[in-house]
Design a protein around this ligand. Structure first.
Ligand code: DGI
Ligand code: FE
Ligand code: FE
Length: 189
């Protein structure tokens, strides 16, 4: 890893809770493996994986305050489902605090929670790495995503989105239209 990435890793090790930091490292290396498999840039995958949850250094209330302070507009959906906010804020912090200028990396952070139709390879890699990294506790459907992803990444995206929608519906939580859009798009592929 580059000095730059090691510096970011050290900073996040201080700012994130232990479990969140371990998840972050799991996502970073899982993203690297997927990048090797899918012909994606290794360094971009490591960087996006490392930073994807950087905004989780702050509690949700603080995340909302920071969005106001930095002029980051929140949708009605995001105010209703504040668990989504860290993705957008994370991309902002990646640029401003961690000096990441690469738009592909910033987009992968922005869309890591909901996904979106027509994702780039890097976006798909971070979306899935977040779901399957080794520290994630076993949930229904996880094994199938792990079995599928190195053969058919689009199918794996569809299964992740389906699993998320099922989980949220069962917990009585609203589902963001972007999450549904991701599922619909990848179901057709
Ligand atoms: O940040 P992580 O915990 O690693 O994972 P994540 O960014 O995929 O998801 C963060 C949380 O957001 C998780 O509890 C699931 C939730 N979430 C994902 N999509 C939706 C959602 N919550 C709602 N209400 N609606 C969604 O569409
Ligand atoms: Fe996240
Ligand atoms: Fe995550």
């Amino acid at each position: 890893m580059t000095e730059e990435l090691l510096k970011i890793q050290k900073d996040l090790s201080k700012k994130l809770k232990k479990e969140r930091f371990e998840h972050t490292i799991g996502v970073m290396y899982t993203a690297a493996s997927l990048a090797m498999c899918c012909g994606e840039d290794l360094s971009k995958a490591l960087t996006a994986g490392l930073l994807h949850d950087c905004a989780k250094a702050y509690p949700v209330k603080e995340q909302i305050k920071l969005c106001k302070k930095y002029g980051i507009g929140l949708t009605e959906s995001e105010l209703e489902m504040p668990a989504l906010i860290h993705a957008k804020l994370g991309a902002y912090l990646a640029r401003s605090e961690y000096k990441i200028k690469d738009g592909d990396i910033l987009d992968a952070v922005t869309y890591h929670t909901t996904g979106r139709p027509g994702m780039t390879m890097l976006e798909k890699i971070i979306y899935i790495a977040d779901y399957i990294e080794p520290n994630r506790r076993m949930i229904p459907g996880l094994q199938e995503v792990r079995d599928t992803v190195f053969r058919d990444i689009d199918r794996a995206v569809c299964l992740c989105a389906q699993g998320t929608i099922r989980f949220l519906s069962e917990s009585g939580k609203p589902v963001d239209p972007a999450t549904v859009g991701t599922y619909e798009y990848y179901k057709e592929k």
